[in-house]
Design a protein around this ligand. Structure first.
Ligand SMILES: [Zn+2]
Length: 272
């Protein structure tokens, strides 16, 4: 080994090796780590070989740990650049796994893997709020790299919840349905104002048509109806945006009141 240190091509490496040699005498693993570095980067193949052999003798894990640290370093760079799970060969998660494979018990590798997972989790959640297909793609790429991680189940659930919330926002509306046709609500959304009666219920847009179910009625009438698009004659917004008027071929006319943005969305969908 003394020979190797003296033959190192790079003076810095020679100095490293020399100081490592001093420690070798004490048999510490720090020396093995230094030698592992020499084995990694010295220009002379013979030097690399001798350093590697000696490092392995002193501490069989030294070279693996050094390589793991290099993957953690690469992983940090990928994380900073926003390459979380793609491309598959050059992303934070892939590098974390490489580090763990080389040094499964290493705290640095474990910590980096956890860190990468945490960033992926929050990225999936944040993306799901505005871009569900994007979140699904992220999760798919991540689970292709490391199948079977329990964290991915959680993320899958988060995406499913976001999907449901998105569906409720775009398809399900709480509306007031006017029953009495003698008086008008006059744009008042609350029912039970003494002038008219009605019910509150859930209006749901379907792939073909809509359904409405009474949740709370002011009289004895309970509506549980479903209409196909072919049964809808006419859809209009009236009363300055507050009333949705729907004429059907099978069960007469229906007047609903609600948030005008919701009513417009219903009009658009049913008019398609
Ligand atoms: Zn009703």
């Amino acid at each position: 080994m003394l020979l190797a240190a003296q033959q190192a091509a790079d003076p810095a490496v020679r100095a490293d090796a020399a100081s490592a040699l001093a420690t070798v005498a004490a048999g510490s693993s720090a020396a093995a780590a230094t030698l592992a570095a020499v084995a990694e980067r010295d220009a002379d193949e013979k030097v690399r070989k001798t350093a590697a052999e000696t490092a392995d003798k002193l501490d069989p894990g030294a070279r693996r740990r050094l390589a793991a640290a290099a993957w953690v370093q690469k992983g940090q760079e990928a994380l900073k650049a926003g390459r979380l799970v793609a491309p598959p060969g050059d992303c934070a998660l892939a590098h974390a796994l490489k580090a763990l494979e080389l040094d499964p018990q290493g705290s640095e590798a474990q910590r980096f893997h956890e860190q990468a997972m945490a960033v992926i989790r929050s990225e999936v959640r944040a993306t799901a709020k505005s871009d569900i297909p994007g979140a699904e793609r992220l999760l798919e790429q991540a689970s292709a790299l490391e199948p079977g991680r329990p964290e991915f189940e959680e993320m899958r659930t988060a995406i499913a919840e976001a999907k449901q919330a998105e569906y409720r926002r775009t398809h399900v509306f709480r509306l007031v349905h006017k029953h009495s046709s003698k008086s008008t609500l006059g744009g008042i959304i609350a029912i039970g104002d003494g002038r008219t009666t009605g019910c509150r219920g859930m209006f749901e847009l379907l792939d073909d048509g809509f359904r409405f179910n009474t949740e709370k009625s002011e009289d004895s009438r309970q509506d549980h109806v479903e209409f196909r698009s072919a049964q809808i004659k006419k859809v209009q917004i009236r009363d300055g945006g507050d009333q949705l008027h729907i004429e059907t071929t099978v069960k007469g006319n229906w007047d609903f009141y609600g948030n005008s943005a919701d009513l417009r969305r219903i009009l658009q969908t049913l008019s398609r």
